[in-house]
Design a binder for this molecule. Structure first.
Ligand SMILES: Cc1cc2nc3c(=O)[nH]c(=O)nc-3n(C[C@H](O)[C@H](O)[C@H](O)COP(=O)(O)O)c2cc1C
Length: 174
């Protein structure tokens, strides 16, 4: 396994933000039966709220990930390494309801330090998050052009406010 060093949530932000806008990040979650799921996210943001470092992710109710985060109130966000684009795409197209994506992608689970949900060893940067608040996008407050483009079937995202408990980076990166 790759050696991971604990860093600050403000370190290496450029990797996280660039990946979000390129292929996406990998979010892992755990069900109450301890099964692990991984899904690609392209929407998210990091910053302080209520004097706490926070990672906000926006997950639609149709995702298995939504159910898992609801069940355990935790998730990890992992920044993929170069060469992982096909796995990232796969995790953004297939649901954990139909396939064990962690196994299919040959990901190695790294035990979380402060959360039950594991990190993905093959990734370079990892955020451990505890959900402390949620809210839902409201149909009537979404601009019309956005609604037409992103919500033809509803399925409005829930915003999960993940308090960042710890951040780890690959030794080579840190
Ligand atoms: C690049 C990319 C970004 C995505 N971003 C999000 C996102 O931010 N929120 C979301 O709910 N779904 C997003 N998706 C879709 C989910 O990753 C996809 O529906 C996935 O199959 C859900 O997996 P699950 O059912 O195992 O949770 C994205 C897909 C891709 C390819």
């Amino acid at each position: 396994m790759t050696k991971k060093i604990e860093v600050s949530h403000t370190d290496y932000l450029q990797y996280t933000l660039k990946s979000l806008q390129k292929d996406g990040l990998l979010l892992t979650s755990t069900g109450k039966d301890e099964s692990i799921n991984v899904m690609t996210i392209g929407w998210g943001t990091i910053g302080p709220i209520w004097s706490m470092p926070m990672f906000l992710v926006m997950v639609r109710p149709s995702r298995l990930t939504y159910d898992f985060i609801q069940q355990t109130g935790q998730f990890t966000v992992n920044v993929p390494n170069k060469g992982m684009s096909s796995s990232v795409l796969f995790c953004g197209k297939k649901s954990g309801r139909d396939v064990d994506k962690f196994a299919k992608c040959d990901f190695t689970a790294v035990a979380g330090r402060n959360v039950v949900t594991p990190m993905i060893d093959e990734c370079i940067l990892h955020y451990e998050c505890q959900v402390i608040y949620t809210n839902d996008f409201e149909a009537e407050r979404i601009p019309e052009d956005v609604a037409v483009h992103f919500y033809p079937q509803g399925d409005y995202n829930r915003v999960f406010y993940g308090k960042i408990l710890s951040v780890f980076a690959d030794e080579g990166l840190a």
